[in-house]
Each structure stands twice: as C-alpha cells, then as structure tokens.
Design a protein around this ligand. Structure first.
Ligand code: ADP
Length: 492
C-alpha cells in the first residue's frame, strides 16, 4: 500500500507527470500490412497460408499480419541455409565475409530511428531505451564480430577452426533486434549460415533486418528469417539438418530444447531465466546505488533476463535505501512508450501482464509488504505500476521465481557471508550487482557470487566485447566477446 508522501516528493511527482507529451514521430517507421518469410534472399509466402496479428501492447491496436511458418517452410529455410553454407559462405574468404557484416552494421545505424520506433511500437519498451540502447548496441555487435571474421586464428591461437554449418536461432520478445544481432553476427563471422526465428509477438524488427540483409546483398540463404510461435521453433530444433541451436528464452522451453536434442550431434547454447541480486553495502554511494537498482528492474518494465529483481541492503542503511527507493518510484513516468519522457512503457503482452499480476498477489499472500507507485495507468494497453516488496523471506516465491516484470523483492543482511549465501540461493545464476566503496569487497563478492555477470557500482551495462551467460538454470554457453566465437566453431 502506498504510504504517506512528503511534500517534496509530491512536488517532484507532479512536475514529472505534468511534462507536456513528447512523442517520437511515427512517420519514420514504415510498417507493411503483412509480412512474409525471408527465405533464400526473398520474401516468400508461407506454405501454411497462415498469418497472425502483431499488436502494439501500449494501445492494443494491430500493427501488421505476420506469416506463420510450418514444417515445410522450416525445411525450405534450412535447405536454403545448407546450400548457401556449402556453396558460398563457407568458401568465402573471411575478409570478404567481414565486409558484409560491416555493411549490415552500417545500415542499421543509417536506419536507427526507424528501427527504434518499430521496436517500441511492437514491443512496448520506452523509445528512450530502444533509441539509446537496443538499436546502437545491435549495430555495435555487428561491427564487433565483423572485426573477428578474419582474425579467428588470434581468437584460437595454434588451433584450426571450422564453422559448424547451419545454426537454428530462436529468440525472445524482450530485445528483439538486439537478440537477433547477438545471434546472427558471431554465427556469420565464423562462417555459419542461419535460420532465425523471432518471438511471435515481436517479429517486426527482425523482418526489417531481413530488408537490410537483402539490401546488403548478402548471398541468398546465408540468413533466413522465419516467423511463427512455439511450433515453428520446435520444427527448427527438430530439423535433422541443423547443426547448432542458439536459444534465448524461458528455462521451461530451454529444458524442452535440451531434451529434444539429446542424443543428436546438435550443439547448443541456452540463455535462460534469471533472478539477479543487487547488493548494497553500507559504504556504498546510496543515491547512485538506488538509481542503479531502479534502472536494473524498472526501466524496461523488468523485461530483462538479467533484471535486478532482488535487492539485498545492509541492515544499517536499509531504512534509508527503502525510503529513497520509494521516493524515486513516485517520480517514474509510466505510460506511452513512444513518448521520450516515459521511463516505464507497456508490458509486452496481456499474458505477461497476467503473470506479473499473479506474482504481485502471491507476494501479498506470502505476507510481504507491498508498495506501489501511485501513478495513474493509461486506460488502454498493458501496464503495471512499479512495485516493491519488503518483509520478504528468502523462501518466498517472489524471491525465488522469475517474474519478468517491474517487481522488486527487498531483504536486509548483516554480513558478507550471509548475503553471498542468500544471493546464490535461487535456481538461477545469470547476473548480480554489488554496490560498495571498497575494491576488496568487490573482488570478494565477484569470486563468490554464482552469476555469469557481476556488475560493480553499475548495473545492466553491455558491451559486445564482454561475454554474457549463466550458471545453473540460467543456461550455458556465452554470447558476446571472444567467448561468443566458441559457440560457432569446431576446433579441429
Ligand atoms: P518467454 O517466456 O520469454 O516468452 P519462451 O521460451 O516462451 O520465452 O519463448 C522464447 C522463444 O522460444 C520464442 O521465439 C518462442 O516462440 C520460442 N518457443 C516457444 N516454445 C518453443 C518450443 N517448444 N521449441 C522451440 N522454440 C519455442
């Protein structure tokens, strides 16, 4: 329940909400009424003859119709990828491959505005995020891996590598363009060809990327982008001529994929769920830490596998941190994602909003104390107030399970050992954050936290040169950096 607010907070809150609307113009975004499948360098009608709508989660309006690929379509895409691999891509000098990848990077930059707007319309994330993070980081990823294409002997000294063949790549809805870049760029750099499937509710930027790939004159079949839901993904996973599966998504589907490829020669990298702990020590710069926590779980609606959805605060500063968090929560602007002032946009789908609301109820039933921002929510679309829970027990479901929404579970701690024990006590291990003034404490924590990435005095920072991936049920394999090349080569 919202507690009484001081006048200062009220003032800040009013001034934030009374900002005049500053919507990004949608005119730069050209969305066709219907999209086909991108196979062998051409837009092809699906053999299934089926299409499904993609909507704007902030308005519930239909944006376009998307083709649904069936088994025959998947087979066509895999065959195109296999032919392109054997006849063209594998044989091409690596420096030539690099030129195509650079070209894709530059073309994303040229069309950055269009990509950002479409990402926001289709997925609900604030334009500020898609404009300043998703799209530039996607372009950077292509730049980075273009640089590796002709330098693999430096990545694997004294070893010879060869590509794996055809990679089936299945991505989620939270970073549609960026995840496509994470998957496609290293695969191409290492000489593989690709069949990529975006998530069914956010296909548009992947299809826009298909336009770029066409314009970049990439040899037909090197990248194929096919759309559809879980059945299409399963058809990719089960296709006998796929050599590697790269998947980012839920732990549940990750396990299905693992079972499906058991006993085959298919390689896999799985980037699954997370339940990241942010840890604030009493010597940390508290305002900076609070801003980092807010950024880590509320910006982007908590739709981030590595979102800092748990917070551990050292007991002596617990009250102060919680007060600062509540104050900051009140100033966050929840609303139209296309507005440049918006901090928290729309939840990606009605189904995801239902899951988040279910967890908010569970948290209350478990006896945790809830505090929500008092902001008004738009009447249409899928929105959720930023929510924090205190009085949380380590065994509570809101402290153990991935919610994938703007919900933060806060606990206190006294000693380093206690917080390490608590932070590691979930089935996941994707990321964590440490806030302290002491370098020695940072090193102590980073060596003991079982998480693929540990940020210190910052959170959710990404760079193409830095590997990302998890422990335990967060999956295996690393994406990004020189480590990300491993996933796409055989060392011979
Ligand atoms: P989320 O919970 O983030 O929606 P999912 O794991 O359900 O994550 O979806 C991630 C991606 O996996 C999407 O592209 C989705 O279509 C695809 N997918 C869903 N079910 C399967 C499956 N059984 N096999 C392969 N891909 C699947």
């Amino acid at each position: 329940m919202a507690t009484k607010k001081s006048n200062t907070i009220k003032l800040k809150f009013d001034s934030a909400r009374s900002l005049a609307p500053a919507p990004e113009s949608k005119s730069a975004a050209k969305i066709d009424p219907q999209y086909e499948l991108f196979i062998n360098g051409k837009m092809e009608k699906p053999q299934s003859k089926k299409y499904f709508p993609t909507i704007n989660p902030a308005t519930e309006e239909k944006l376009s119709m998307i083709a649904e690929a069936n088994g025959a379509d998947v087979n066509k895409a895999v065959t195109a990828a296999r032919n392109a691999y054997a006849k063209t891509w594998k044989k091409m000098p690596p420096a030539e491959r690099a030129k195509y990848i650079y070209r894709i990077a530059r073309m994303i930059q040229e069309r950055a505005r269009e990509f950002a707007i479409i990402e926001t319309l289709d997925g609900g994330k604030p334009i500020r995020e898609s404009r300043d993070f998703d799209v530039p980081t996607a372009a950077n990823h292509f730049f980075y891996y273009a640089g590796w294409a002709d330098k693999l002997e430096y990545a694997f000294p004294n070893r010879r590598t060869e590509p794996l063949g055809v990679a089936g790549q299945i991505i989620p809805w939270n970073f549609p363009l960026l995840m496509a870049a994470w998957k496609i760029a290293p695969a191409l750099a290492c000489g593989n060809t690709v069949v990529l499937k975006p998530a069914e509710n956010t296909s548009l930027t992947a299809l826009k990327l298909a336009e770029i790939i066409q314009e970049a004159d990439l040899p037909p079949g090197v990248v194929n982008i096919i759309t559809g839901a879980g059945a299409t993904g399963a058809a990719i996973v089960n296709h006998p001529d796929i050599n590697k599966i790269a998947f980012t998504g839920s732990t549940e589907v990750g396990k299905i994929i693992q079972r499906a490829i058991a006993g085959t020669n298919k390689k896999a990298t799985l980037e699954l769920g997370g339940k990241a702990a942010n840890i604030i020590f009493d010597d940390a710069p508290l305002d900076q830490a609070v801003e980092g926590v807010i950024n880590g779980i509320f910006f982007n609606q908590g739709h981030v596998c590595c979102a800092g959805s748990r917070l551990y605060v050292q007991e002596s500063v617990f009250k102060e941190v919680v007060r600062k968090l509540k104050d900051r929560l009140e100033t966050l602007i929840v609303g139209d994602p296309i507005d440049k002032n918006t901090d928290i946009g729309a939840i990606n789908s009605k189904a995801q909003l239902d899951i988040i609301n279910k967890y908010i109820k569970i948290g209350q039933q478990e006896g945790a104390e809830m505090y929500q921002s008092s902001c008004a929510l738009p009447k249409k679309g899928f929105f959720c107030r930023p929510t924090i829970f205190t009085n949380v027990a380590q065994s509570n479901r809101i402290a153990q399970e991935e919610i994938f929404g703007p919900v933060l579970a806060i606990q206190s701690f006294r000693t380093d050992d206690e917080v390490i024990e608590k932070a590691n006590n979930t089935p996941y291990g994707l990321s964590a954050g440490v806030w302290t003034d002491k370098g020695s404490k940072i090193f102590n924590m980073t060596t003991k936290l079982r998480a693929g990435v540990v940020w210190a005095n910052t959170f959710n920072k990404f760079d193409p040169g830095s590997p990302f991936g998890g422990y335990k049920e967060s999956g295996y394999g690393r994406e990004g950096g020189v480590h990300g090349l491993n996933a796409y080569v055989n060392i011979v």
